[in-house]
Design a binder for this molecule. Structure first.
Ligand code: FAD
Length: 397
């Protein structure tokens, strides 16, 4: 949508071929329905390693301020929550509507429920034949903006672009779900009721800490998710798929350093022993976390504290500092927010055109670019869409 608007504003006659029955299906689900458009704390470090070197230039060409101005030009007023940018409306669907209105205003034709399937590039007359399930369209330039494999089923994110781009000769880096939760290994005792609380989460392989993040953790049934899990998930999905024994170590007291936590334990243990374990822990942490930790340690909450040794009391409390949960697999593409991997960025020039055919452009998540949670992925969609839209229409005016 962004690429189409920029190309049309630049004078091109633009057609959008959309597989779904509406535009922006995934966009309307972003940010829990609020759409976290971008982030003022933007740097190339917020993206995957392979993309970082080139992100600085791309973000320099079109960064958060440009995206904010673009949305203002569509009538979408934004606000900042600690640098996280949302529409003031608080509604992702208002962002979709504003984009769709502009598409209509610019006279961009939208063909719905039609699947783009491939490209036949004609060298002789310089046009591109765009092949869909129903027809063949002739174009001077083509922007492939079909996204990834991530998102609920209704978004129809089936990763068509990887196959199409591979057929065009591009190299595709193996894909994995990223910004995703994880299933816990069989036999892990999980809370009977869901937990949502602030925690630090580290992913550990052997003695190596792979990633650590703090934020609102969610534990449900057999899986862990939430911002700290998703933020750290990028490389963990690959390791788990290779059968590596990765575990999550959860710290329910992420804001206390070791000395403070030790002092806290001492105070807890010095309190009267005339209580049950359940009463001992009632104000210490989230009650569902307490239940889970006691079940994992095979303790009954009704046990009297005076019957528990000093070292065992310490051991119980230490679990709140470093609860280890073995992981089995990620929760899958449909539960993920982005896909890591995709069309190698070595295959595109600075203007997002394919290095072997300057009439074809690749944007958004289809490329091997994925960012942290917090507006970084939509910013990449807008950055790449605007750059490609302007470049693809350069000959139009
Ligand atoms: C639940 C959820 C929440 C998210 N929240 C945020 C957030 O708050 N902030 C953020 O920055 N990022 C968020 N993301 C990530 C962000 O939505 C994506 O990174 C971004 O939408 C990618 O843009 P894109 O244009 O590359 O692909 P998409 O937005 O997926 O758009 C691709 C379009 O191409 C169409 N299409 C696909 N295949 C074909 C085909 N063969 N023929 C024709 N049309 C086709 C699709 O229907 C779709 O309209 C979220 C993702 C999810 C799933």
């Amino acid at each position: 949508m962004c690429a189409a608007i920029y190309a049309a504003r630049n004078g091109a006659k633009v057609t959008i071929i959309e597989k779904n029955d509406c535009l922006g299906k995934k966009l309307s689900m972003t940010g829990n329905g609020r759409c976290n458009l971008t982030n003022l704390s933007m740097s190339s470090d917020c993206y995957n390693l392979a993309a970082r070197e080139r992100m600085a230039d791309w973000l320099g060409t079109y960064g958060p301020e440009d995206a904010i101005c673009f949305f203002k030009s569509l009538g979408v007023v934004t606000m900042s929550e600690d640098g996280y940018i949302y529409p003031v409306s608080g509604q992702a669907r208002s962002v979709v509507s504003a984009l769709t209105n502009e598409i209509k205003r610019l006279g961009i034709e939208v063909i719905y429920k039609e699947q783009f399937k491939g490209v036949r590039a004609s060298e002789t007359d310089g046009v591109i034949e765009v092949v869909t399930g129903r027809s063949v369209y002739i174009a001077d330039a083509l922007i492939i903006a079909v996204g990834s494999l991530s998102g609920p089923k209704s978004t129809l994110s089936t990763g068509d672009g990887y196959y199409i781009c591979e057929k065009l000769g591009m190299s595709i880096k193996k894909t994995y779900p990223a910004l995703v939760g994880f299933k816990c290994a069989d036999g892990e005792v999980m809370p009977s009721q869901g937990v949502r609380c602030r925690a630090g989460v580290s992913f550990v392989l052997g003695s190596e800490v792979l990633a650590s993040e703090t934020g609102e953790l969610q534990i449900t049934g057999d899986s862990i998710s939430g911002i700290p899990v998703m933020q750290a998930s990028r490389d963990i999905t690959r390791l788990l798929s290779e059968g590596k024994p990765v575990c999550a170590v959860i710290d329910f007291f992420p804001d206390n350093d070791d000395d403070e936590f030790k002092a806290l334990k001492r105070e807890m243990i010095s309190l009267s022993d005339d209580r049950t374990l359940e009463e001992f822990l009632v104000g210490f942490a989230n009650s569902n976390v307490n239940d889970m930790i006691l079940s994992r340690m095979k303790f009954s909450g009704s046990m009297k504290m005076k019957n528990i040794s000093q070292s065992m009391k310490e051991c119980i409390l230490d679990n709140y500092r470093s609860l280890k949960i073995m992981l089995s697999t990620d929760c899958g593409y449909q539960a993920s927010q982005v896909t890591t991997g995709g069309v190698s960025i070595g295959d595109v020039a600075q203007d997002l055109s394919y290095v072997r055919d300057k009439r074809i452009f690749i944007t958004g998540e289809l490329l091997d670019v994925d960012g942290r949670c917090g507006g970084y992925n939509l910013q990449w969609a807008f950055t790449s869409g605007s750059i490609a839209g302007i470049a693809a229409s350069a000959d139009a005016h």
